[in-house]
Design a protein. Structure first.
Length: 136
């Protein structure tokens, strides 16, 4: 709990029982989680409180949104360099076609995309599908 509390504090997020529980869930799983994943792992939590917790975590640079191949929204922990002013979440997301887990792959650089001069890239998202280590 101290680790989660310190992590929340470093992002200027007040520590509450729900916030610590949600962050612990992310830290334990190391995978992107949907709202349904979180609700099923934390039974009895108020849905509105969970929604507000996820919104606060995203606003403060603790998590980022990930959409899988079926356009289902998930959330994943941000890197240490993220904060409330800037998200550095432009990296590859890997979705396993068997277990449906989504993982951030930060160590592989995104390919450089050169658009015509009249276009300005604001966000780049890349999801790779295949078999994870556990399923292959």
């Amino acid at each position: 709990m101290a680790d989660s509390t310190q992590h929340l504090s470093s992002h200027n997020i007040r520590s509450t029982e729900t916030r610590v529980a949600v962050l612990d869930l992310f830290l334990e799983n190391k995978q992107a989680l949907s709202k349904q994943d979180i609700e099923s792992n934390l039974p009895g939590q108020d849905r509105i409180t969970l929604y507000r917790t996820l919104k606060t975590f995203e606003d403060k640079g603790l998590i980022h949104k990930v959409f899988n191949s079926s356009n289902k929204l998930k959330y994943a922990l941000c890197s240490e360099s993220c904060g409330h002013e800037e998200h550095n979440d432009q990296h590859i997301h890997f979705e396993c076609t068997v277990c449906k887990q989504t993982t951030c792959i930060e160590e592989v650089p995104l390919p450089k995309i050169e658009l015509p001069k009249d276009y300005l890239v604001q966000k780049l998202e890349l999801t790779v599908s295949g078999l994870c280590n556990n399923c292959k």
